[in-house]
Design a protein around this ligand. Structure first.
Ligand SMILES: [Zn+2]
Length: 342
């Protein structure tokens, strides 16, 4: 265990944006459009058990509590060399940059293969635009199709800036980015009610993604909160789902695309007031470069004075490691991947 310093206290971006100078991808949402009904992708094992659906039910019961009641931590078994070293799962495009952009840049520079997956397209939010007088306007009047166009272009640019791969978990018309709430349970319940196939389908998509990417390390948001203490329910909820999916991916009974895969280590982006297990020194300019790709969400002036955007470390909590995984107990896999001395 090694830690280090806590990040400076700061106000919540998401619930109390004090000015246009400090804005983040947290959004009020316009009324949701009804998602297209699609056939749920439900996993069933040979005996008729429904591992993923049962996990989704347990998550709905437990909210953001420990995933131990949902699925066990897998036991390590060797597999073919994974195509990805690290896979990062977040709620909105720009979460990855703000909370782990420096680490991603560092991993990519060390020739590690990194992918990040955004559950939504940020389709429920607003766009910032530069007004004729040089000020910044917040636009909420665009159709979602335009918002998605802009946000998809930005996330592709952000990924290219640090040399990592990006994908969305859902199509934009699933409207994942709806119904802003600070409650993890409410966010989970909303997704259960509105996403095609509910949480079971969300888990199946995540399990399939993990099995396809076969990462050694999964990084996601923390179910307790994010590093900014923004209290965003989507952030917490995606943390619960990604962590559960990383466990279920190893379970052959969980029927989703791909072969079972054991993730060595799952880390969360350390909440502001939580002691971190892994602290990565980073080049803040790399993170800021990624964030600047999101011109509809941040301004250069805002980023320049944003303590989270400018911080020189990124902190993570080890949520679990695969049982009996052949890694040194005193050395986190994420750090080993970067050859960072402790
Ligand atoms: Zn977000």
């Amino acid at each position: 265990m090694h830690v280090t310093r806590s990040l400076p206290a700061r106000f919540s971006f998401c619930v109390a944006v004090s000015s246009w100078l400090t804005v983040i991808g947290c959004r009020d949402t316009p009324p949701p459009a009804a998602p297209e009904p699609t056939k749920p992708e439900i996993a069933r094992d040979a005996a008729g058990g429904d591992v993923i659906a049962a996990a989704a039910e347990a998550i709905l019961r437990n909210g953001c509590a420990s995933p131990d009641a949902v699925a066990p931590v897998p036991t390590w078994r060797s597999s073919a060399a994974p195509p990805f070293d690290v896979a990062i799962y977040t709620a909105h495009p720009d979460d990855e940059a703000m909370y782990a952009g420096g680490t991603m840049a560092r991993l990519a520079a060390a020739q590690r293969r990194v992918a990040f997956v955004s559950m939504s397209h940020g389709e429920g939010g607003r766009l910032l635009e530069r007004a004729a007088d040089g000020g910044v306007e917040e636009r909420r009047d665009y159709p979602r199709s335009h918002v998605v166009l802009v946000r998809d272009r930005e996330v592709a640019d952000a990924a290219a800036r640090v040399g990592v791969t990006h994908a969305h978990l859902y199509p934009a018309d699933a409207n994942v980015d709806d119904a802003y709430t600070t409650s993890c349970s409410d966010a989970l319940a909303h997704w259960q009610a509105t996403l095609p196939g509910g949480l079971a389908d969300a888990l199946a998509r995540l399990v399939a993604d993990v099995r396809t990417r076969r990462p050694r390390v999964v990084v996601t948001l923390d179910p307790r909160d994010d590093p900014q203490a923004s209290h965003h329910g989507h952030h917490k909820a995606v943390g619960v789902l990604a962590e559960a999916a990383a466990r279920l991916a190893a379970d052959a009974r969980a029927v989703a695309r791909g072969q079972p895969h054991v993730v060595e280590e799952v880390l969360s982006m350390a909440p502001r007031d939580v002691t971190a297990d892994v602290v990565v020194p980073v080049d803040a300019t790399k993170r800021v470069s990624m964030l600047e790709a999101y011109g509809s969400q941040f301004t250069r002036e805002g980023l320049a004075v944003d303590p989270i955007a400018q911080r020189s470390v990124e902190s993570f909590v080890v949520r679990w490691r695969a049982r009996e995984a052949p890694i040194s107990p005193e050395r986190a896999t994420l750090l080993a991947l970067m050859s960072v001395s402790r």
